[in-house]
Every structure is written in C-alpha cells, then in structure tokens.
Design a protein around this ligand. Structure first.
Ligand SMILES: Cc1cc2nc3c(=O)[nH]c(=O)nc-3n(C[C@H](O)[C@H](O)[C@H](O)COP(=O)(O)OP(=O)(O)OC[C@H]3O[C@@H](n4cnc5c(N)ncnc54)[C@H](O)[C@@H]3O)c2cc1C
Length: 445
C-alpha cells in the first residue's frame, strides 16, 4: 500500500548532485522529495573553492591507469581515480564541462573562466547553492531537512519504503562520501547502499595532505615553494613493515605550489598525489615522493650557478678554515635561491649524505639534493581534513548511462557516494553534475 507521503522520486541527500538531479529530473507531472539530514541543504557547496566554488574545469576528461602518464596542464596525472574502466569517462562524455556551464547559465549564472577553472562571476559559492535551491523551489521540488532515514525497504512489485514515513517509485542515494563530515556527508549513505545489497569499495580520504616520517618537517613548517613532485610506489611492505624490495615504479608527476607543515607535505600538488597515494598507503605499500625544488632550472644550469657561487666563496676568506683549507660551503650559498628554512635543511641533509665530499663538489651535491629532495609519506590526514573520498559504491554495479543500480531496479546513485574521485580543480563537482544528468536521463526514460 502506498503511504500518504508517496512520491514519484525521493532523493536522499541535498548536496550538489542531489539538488542537480532534482532540477534535471523534475517534470510538470512528477513529484520529487529531497530528504536531507542536516538542518539545511548544500553545506558542502559553501566550502568549495575556498568559498568561491570551482564548479567545473574545461580540462575535464578521464585518464585510465594505462594513460596516467599523458601530459595535462597540472603535470602528468589522472583526472579521475581509475578504478572504473572508463566509467567516469562515459558519464562525463554525455555531460561535459561546457554542458555544466550552460546548465548554470540557464539558472542565471555568469561564468568566470580562470585558465579553464570555472567559477561563478560573483565568486561566491553561496550564490551557486542559492541558484540551485531557488530553481528547486520554482519547479516545485519539495525539500525536507532534519530527517535521517534509518531503514529503506524495497517494496515487492516496485518502489521503496523509507522507514514508515515515505514511499516512492524511484530512489536516488546522493548522500556524498565521508570527507568533511561536518558538512553532512558522514558516510551514512554507504550503510543505506549496503543494506540494499551494494558493494562498497573501502572509503579513504583523498585530496588531502600527507604525513611523512622524515625528521626535518618541524624546521620546514610554513615554507611554500613551486615544485615538481614525483610519486613512486616502492611496493608492498612485508608483515613487519619492511619493503619487499620490488622495483620502484613512478606513478604520478605533478607541478604546483607545495606547502611544508610540521608533519609533512600539503598544497594542491600534494592533494593531487593523494588520489593515488591514499590507496597505496591503505594497501600497505611503501611510497616515496621525490621533489624537484627548482623545476624551472635544469641540473646543469643549477650546478653551474652553484659552482660560480662556491668559487667566489672559496676565493673569499670565509671559505677557508683556520688551517687555510677550503670549508664546505654553508647555507649562505642558497641566498636568493631557496627559502632560508629549506636551505638549512638541504645543507644539513647534504652534509649527512656526503660527509667526505670535497668542498668544490658541493655544487653537484646541493644540486642533486634540490632536484631530488626525498620525503616518505606514511599516512594521509583524516577524512575531516580531506576534500573528497576515494572508494564508495562499486561502479561495477551501476549502469553508467543512467546511474541506475544493476542490482535493484529503480535505485540510483549520484555524486561522491560512487567510487569515482577527481583531482582538485572543479573535477569533483563536474562529476556531481554529470552523474546527476545521467540519473535524470534514466529517471525520465
Ligand atoms: C573544503 C572542500 C572544498 C572543495 N572544493 C571543491 C571545488 O572547488 N571544486 C570541486 O569540484 N569540488 C570541490 N570539493 C568536492 C565537492 O564539494 C564534492 O565532491 C561534492 O560536494 C559532492 O557532491 P555530492 O552531492 O555527492 O555530496 P555532498 O555535496 O556532500 O552532499 C551530500 C548531502 O547528503 C546529505 N546526507 C548525507 N547522508 C545522509 C543521510 N543518511 N540522510 C540524509 N541526508 C544525508 C549531506 O548532509 C549532504 O547535504 C570540495 C570539498 C571540500 C570538503
């Protein structure tokens, strides 16, 4: 029997993909209810893009594992986590960045294009949320906040019952992942999906900082510098935590503004690396990040510059010890080249690694250290500090044309709850819009 609160479509989760699905699926004839457990919808949208909402990226395309090394504007990296055999690619090819921009223009937004990164011209994430909310209101989409569904049952003969309060013909779970749970996405959506028979790929924090085991981070805290980062997979560790010594494999290269803090590395390039590093660490792999701290100079150029400086230093009295012998050049050699804190660490680490090198050879020692500064990530920061979730509802069990479950007729998934994660730069919201579009196509069809 249908409850008195019966809808054609119920969407669990009033975030980016839930609101978008409602707008795209609403017709004059159907009834749609969004159920949101927070006291208001779209809290996470408000924190996106540092409050400005980077809502898509003109570079959006998908790279599968075999293509990880294809160049992109960020360096060399995948755009979406690649656990999915082109699943994300298929969904986004039907609703790409241009279509997302047109959708928002239709809601009344003027886009701001910053090198392919798209924001609203207002540069206010709140305005993106309001445009979505107001369109829902105009279309007659009902929104219920402060309700947490506990039990969802598939009704024999079609449809779903939510606790004893609601029923619907079609159900969309758009409850987000597990990152930044203060905004509402606390992982409870996975329990609902699991109860309906779906497999959940282990959720892990991603687009986040990496904690490292090296001793010098307290000294480096606060340093920011443009750098090129190479992520290496050193293979699985054995039971006592030692590397099994498999071959080193380069898995990702990114450029960007690197930040050091007192426990490890952060900043956009590290967020991008975390998309692969998080899974490797969770699978007990040892990883290494080699950082080129002066990527704009070749080894020869840098060694040449140091050689000149060291020559002057040695000619000058400061370069001699009390016995008139040449001294190892101090960190003053880095003045005007490297941040002072970084210079001190490079000097110390170089001397540790090459205690018996002749002073003249330090042009090469320092160059080597600067071009291949090694750090060893051991874990990611928590979900709370992560921008997205790796893992989620397995894409093997979802039809990419419609986002409908292959296991339960009438059940759909959109957004971050699905095992698709993009790099930083508008790629995750693009996934939210594109998966909403596919679901709406399925719901209308
Ligand atoms: C700080 C930060 C900055 C970011 N910046 C960007 C950016 O600039 N560009 C970009 O592309 N991406 C960005 N992201 C990622 C992006 O915000 C998410 O990928 C996107 O919001 C996911 O949309 P969604 O609809 O799947 O989930 P969400 O937006 O998280 O929405 C899920 C909704 O479901 C509700 N919910 C959860 N469980 C239940 C339940 N059991 N019952 C009822 N309701 C429930 C939640 O309260 C929430 O409102 C950022 C993320 C963070 C944390």
């Amino acid at each position: 029997m249908k409850s008195k609160n019966h809808y054609d479509i119920i969407i669990i989760g009033g975030g980016a993909s839930g609101l978008c699905t409602a707008i795209m699926a609403k017709t004059a004839k159907n009834s749609i209810l969004i159920i949101e457990h927070n006291d208001r919808v779209g809290k996470k949208i408000l924190s996106t893009g540092n409050g400005k909402c980077n809502l898509t990226n003109l570079g959006c395309k998908v790279i599968t594992p075999e293509l990880v090394f294809v160049e992109n504007p960020e360096g060399i990296a995948p755009y979406y986590s690649a656990n999915d055999n082109g699943f994300a690619e298929q969904v986004i090819s039907e609703f790409d960045a241009e279509k997302a921009i047109a959708f928002f223009e239709n809601l009344g937004m003027i886009p701001l294009n910053k090198n392919g990164y798209i924001y609203p011209r207002s540069e206010q994430a709140a305005s993106v949320l309001d445009l979505l909310r107001f369109r829902c209101e105009e279309l007659g989409v009902e929104i219920l906040c402060g309700y947490q569904p506990v039990k969802i049952q598939k009704i024999h003969g079609g449809g779903f019952r939510i606790d004893d309060d609601f029923s619907c013909e079609k159900l969309i779970i758009a409850a987000g992942g597990q990152s930044a749970s203060k905004t509402g996405s606390d992982g409870s959506g996975y329990e609902l999906a699991k109860a309906l028979g779906h497999k959940i790929i282990k959720p892990l924090p991603a687009l986040c900082a990496l904690k490292c085991s090296d001793p010098f981070f307290k000294e480096l805290a606060g340093v920011r510098t443009d750098a090129k980062l190479h992520l290496f997979d050193l293979g699985e560790k054995d039971k006592v935590g030692n590397s099994k010594g498999q071959a080193k494999e380069l898995v990702m290269i990114v450029y960007g503004n690197l930040q050091f803090n007192n426990y490890g590395i952060s900043g956009i390039p590290v967020f991008q690396l975390s998309l692969i590093a998080s899974r490797l660490l969770a699978e007990s792999h040892e990883i290494l990040v080699k950082i080129d701290l002066l990527p704009e100079l070749s080894e020869d150029e840098l060694a040449g510059a140091f050689a000149k400086k060291i020559q002057k230093y040695l000619e000058h009295g400061n370069g001699k010890d009390n016995f008139g012998k040449n001294k190892v050049p101090s960190s003053d050699i880095f003045l005007g080249i490297l941040n002072k804190k970084l210079a001190n660490v490079i000097e110390k680490e170089s001397k540790k690694a090459h205690p018996n090198e002749k002073p003249e050879e330090y042009a090469f020692v320092y160059t080597h250290m600067i071009k291949r500064f090694k750090v060893h990530p051991t874990e990611t920061v928590s979900f709370e500090e992560a921008q997205t979730t790796l893992g989620g509802v397995s894409t093997e069990e979802i039809d990419p044309k419609t986002m409908e479950s292959k296991l339960v007729e009438g059940l759909y998934f959109t957004g971050e709850i699905v095992d698709v994660s993009g790099i930083c730069g508008g790629y995750n919201l693009q996934w939210a819009w594109a998966s909403a579009h596919a679901a709406a196509t399925g719901l209308k069809g």
